[in-house]
Design a protein around this ligand. Structure first.
Ligand code: SF4
Length: 433
């Protein structure tokens, strides 16, 4: 394990702005109906700009909303028990917590006002199913867009056409069910913004290749959230530009996320939202968590190669592609989700091991902690293969079982013991209390 000494650290100037952006998003959602705006359930937090042509609409996304609830163990536990009493078991815990909130009317913002329709852009199968339950609960229409997931290297025009044609159908359908006129200018702006937000997030994650890392995974849950809730809005693009500039400044000045950084780890899988204490324990040992497949890839646009490398993508404009018409915007949006979200490639597993090995090399990581998440049916798949590959390559790793949002599947004492033993196996001693 490399020893890198002690670095300057300081709070983020833009931190408060990110928190305000997240609060603003949920406020917009809860106030939409009172203000006469369409309220849309987005089952699956993808392709936000697909609704941007309905002016002033607000999108409610289940998984990000769960994240705000799962920090409160007591509330999360009660909601999961309510959900099970209603007959829903073994469901994705990130989506399930929001479903429980909708069905019971309980949550930090209270009852969700009745939405106008559900739009699923499905990457993981769960998203379509939860969207269906939501639509049936409110008795509202539901449209479903399936994002094809061919193996990397086997993506063809047929996949692109399939996704783009569904997006065109979705636009016509939304216009019909909302009785609102579709605004192509706003749609094009939304796609442009979404691309910019995603490109900026990928550039931000690349800054974490620097030693010391300017950003801890502890902060990433907040830093990427506006991208996956409202990435198609101009104010989110501006926020991410501000975030990028501040982090670049920190890299240039050697300002660290963890003052005693001496070991760099990836945390693969979602961090349990109710166990952010993990980062404090890591910092006591001089460990910084750099991010992972899902923290880089959700809200980030990358060009991925067959050797597993991810490089921040250029926006269509940066590549000389102008967006002038609805067709152009649909093409650009389909391109983003088909060719620039390698996170989605890895749901079919073929590239997952190579991507992880390359990520370790490119982000200068010393090891990997993997969360075998009982609350997720997508991200833990392939982790046993990753573990075997890490062992073969002599890369120290640790696994633990929990659930990203359901605290009932978590033994804090056991996971803390494992973490401390793992850090000690990496020859780290505790530096601070
Ligand atoms: S990938 Fe996991 S967390 Fe995301 S929707 Fe699927 S099951 Fe839920």
């Amino acid at each position: 394990v490399a020893k890198h000494g002690k670095y300057e650290t300081r709070p983020f100037d833009c931190w408060q702005k990110y928190k305000e952006a997240i609060n603003k998003h949920w406020q917009d959602v809860w106030e939409a109906k009172d203000k006469g705006k369409p309220l849309i359930v987005r089952s699956g937090e993808f392709a936000h700009s697909l609704t941007a042509g309905l002016p002033d609409s607000a999108d409610f996304q289940e998984a990000p909303y769960s994240q705000t609830m799962a920090v409160n163990r007591e509330m999360a536990t009660e909601l999961f028990e309510d959900l099970e009493n209603m007959g829903y078991r073994d469901i994705c815990s990130a989506m399930g917590l929001s479903l429980a909130s909708v069905l019971t009317g309980r949550g930090p913002h209270g009852k969700l006002p009745r939405p106008d329709f559900v739009l699923t852009v499905q990457v993981c199968d769960v998203e379509g199913k939860i969207g269906q339950i939501m639509a049936e609960h409110y008795d509202i229409p539901h449209f479903f867009v399936e994002v094809p997931k061919p193996v990397r290297g086997a993506k063809g025009q047929q996949h692109h056409k399939y996704l783009a044609s569904q997006m065109h159908d979705a636009i016509e359908w939304m216009e019909k069910v909302s009785s609102k006129e579709w605004d192509d200018e706003k749609f094009i702006d939304g796609v442009r913004n979404e691309w910019q937000t995603y490109a900026l997030w990928s550039k931000i994650t690349e800054l974490n290749k620097s030693i010391p890392a300017p950003l801890s995974q502890k902060h990433m849950g907040i830093f990427f959230l506006p991208a996956v809730t409202a990435g198609d809005r101009k104010w989110v693009v501006d926020l991410f530009k501000m975030g990028y500039d501040e982090l670049k400044y920190r890299v240039d000045k050697g300002i660290a996320a963890v003052a005693n950084e001496r070991c760099r780890l990836l945390h693969e899988g979602l961090v349990p939202s109710y166990f952010l204490r993990m980062f404090k324990i890591a910092e006591q040992y001089g460990v910084v968590f750099l991010g992972s497949e899902v923290y880089f890839g959700l809200g980030g646009a990358f060009s991925a190669s067959l050797d597993g490398s991810w490089v921040a993508s250029e926006t269509p404009e940066e590549r000389g592609i102008e967006l002038r018409t609805r067709d152009d915007a649909v093409e650009a949006l389909a391109d983003l989700y088909l060719h620039h979200l390698p996170l989605l490639d890895n749901l079919v597993l073929a590239t997952r091991v190579d991507d992880m090995l390359r990520r370790i090399e490119d982000w200068h990581a010393d090891g990997v902690v993997m969360h075998f998440d009982r609350g997720c049916h997508g991200l833990p798949s392939g982790m046993p293969d990753c573990k075997m590959a890490l062992d073969r390559h002599g890369i120290r790793n640790m696994i633990y079982e929990a659930s990203n949002s359901d605290p009932r599947h978590f033994s804090e004492a056991q996971v803390v013991d494992c973490l401390q033993a793992y850090f000690e196996a990496l020859d780290l001693t505790r530096l601070t209390e």
